[in-house]
Write a protein that binds this ligand. Sequence first.
Ligand code: ADP
Ligand code: ADP
Length: 227
Amino acid sequence: MDILKVENLSKVYGKGDTAVKALDNVSFSIKKGEFTAIIGPSGSGKSTLLHLLGGVDRPSSGNVFVDQTNMYELNETKLAIFRRRQIGLIYQFYNLIPILTVEENMTLPLLLDSHKVDQAHFASLVDSLGLEGRLEHLPNQLSGGQQQRVSIGRALMSNPAIMLADEPTGNLDSKNSGDIVDLLRMFNKTLNQTLVVITHDERIALQADRIITIEDGKVAKDEVIRP
Ligand code: ADP
Ligand code: ADP
């Protein structure tokens, strides 16, 4: 089953002489449970694509379907709720809220939608992410690897259909990078969660089921490594 379907997606930033075509008529589908790596040169449109998969921006034209929902037909309010429920986003610099504790960072997205926190789910995530004893800490009291684990926990609290990560190990040393990739893959396999990761790290790309190469805003290559 295709959980994610991208149809003729284009994105132009700016207008007139300074307009930049960041994505040019991109189409592809991703199956439920698939782990896809997105690679390509800097400035080729990878982050733009990931943001459009995640409902954090709007395309200039084209559609993104997540599990049958045409995301960009939703109004802003509905899109924000849909995104918090269905999409987990992970960034290179974690994007944690500095004045909130680990526990508050993890539970905030649910509370914003007035959902109750499933304490058993929370405890099991804290356990798998090795965050015991850190719940009352602030982000700046944690190492980079720990902060990224908190951001993974935050993304997983709502059991999203899709996890999207933009250079999740770009700020980490090789030991911590390996741990983060192992965790993302573990959740991808055990929860059959769809995982899309932008990466410059060949070791990550080679663990994926599929590698999509973006060049000049287009899909230059699409290789299935593990069917
Ligand atoms: P990548 O992630 O592959 O480095 P991006 O998606 O960040 O590529 O950028 C693709 C192109 O779009 C680049 O030319 C970049 O300068 C441009 N771009 C990205 N974001 C913006 C923006 N908010 N405003 C204007 N141009 C942008
Ligand atoms: P890692 O090898 O995971 O990057 P570090 O060497 O950065 O870890 O940190 C080792 C331990 O010290 C970690 O458990 C981390 O939580 C703690 N630590 C790191 N930075 C700080 C800080 N600024 N304040 C409090 N504790 C910290």
